[in-house]
Design a protein around this ligand. Sequence first.
Ligand code: S3P
Length: 424
Amino acid sequence: MRLTVTPISAIQGAFRPPSDKSLTHRAYMFAGFASSESIVRNPLRGEDCEDTLRAMIHLGLRHEMLGPNELRLIPTSEWMQPNLPIDCGNSGTTMRLLAGLISCRPLTVELFGDASLSKRPMGRIAAPLKLMGAEIEGDRPPIRIKGTQLQGIDYVSPVASAQVKSCTLLAGLRASGTTSVTEPSLSRDHTERMLRAMGFSVITDGLKVSVEGGQSGQGFEFNVPGDISSAAFFMVAAAILPGSRLEVNELSVNPTRTGILDVLTQCQIPHGIFDIREELGEPVGDLVVQTAAQLQPFEIKGDLVPRLIDEIPVLAVLATQCEGTSIIRDAKELRVKESDRIELVADGLRRMGATVETFEDGMAITGPTRLTATHIDAHGDHRIAMAFAIAGLIAEGVTEIDGADSIATSFPGFESELARLSLA
Ligand code: S3P
């Protein structure tokens, strides 16, 4: 599918972003091993999370629609042996977290994905799971897992990845003894927060997280809040289009996910969060973002990177409008996301006229640049498609984005929501 975008003058209004993808995946999976049923309201109905729900149903989870946006999830005490391989679609979270849940059960399961997921590294989760005693074949999807009774490990992860951490801890909940994961910097902590809200004991000591095997936790009621990684696209649009004001409602503002707000502060973009409440251990708030008179350049490196890893494509678009050189380093992970996001972002922005230097672990972008429209191939990557849609709002001419159907993995209704908030 091709998306065409033409310039607008401003973004104005309030919106409730699509529900958080990471939280929806976890709600479906964690309901599968709870000791009682769960109710999930407002799950993200994007393709990635639908793949997780389908996978869990193959493994024995029962579900009942209570309304258009409300599900009852009923766990089974013994997970079912699926008779076919499980399709994880485009979703790394589905494959990596499921691998942990399958490895500690008496199941033999093959997990496969689409062309993009088939290129992504799975050795990073196979390593801890093998140390715990699971049998896993395949460094890239498809992967075959033979689960068994596992032993706890004290694992030092080479990457700051919530998927690696979550996979290992989920396996650890059924392993003998203690399982710990230490990461180089703090990745998103949704798993830890949700498990605690279910009654599991999860101990965090700096960058080390530990669980004891053999615990149980109850079902939950969860209203899934909005996803800051989806809201980020319109937040950047509001920041770069003069005269904009955007209100984002019911947003997940977990501090391990709000690195973009640190970047807004660096750029001197007026913004604020108000009315913080809590939902299943997750902070939720409302946010206002406005245009800045002049955009200062920003620097992203070190511990900030995992707190905004999925927002970097659209933050690169923001960098093209900042007065000076913005730097993104320590972000080598971008090369193994749904696409090589460093190459695709740099190539597309250069073709729109921007000054971009690439490094193995990041980019330097010097602005401000008046962008001109071009043709983009999103290579099946939803965040690339949406980042260039935002660039298209300030580029002279008609920006054409091929592969825009991928947007449905995380932001169904992106185009209509953008049209509703746009001032001509
Ligand atoms: C996710 C973790 C991040 C993120 C991905 C979702 C999660 O990946 O990029 O979109 O739900 O745990 P890594 O854990 O591989 O960094």
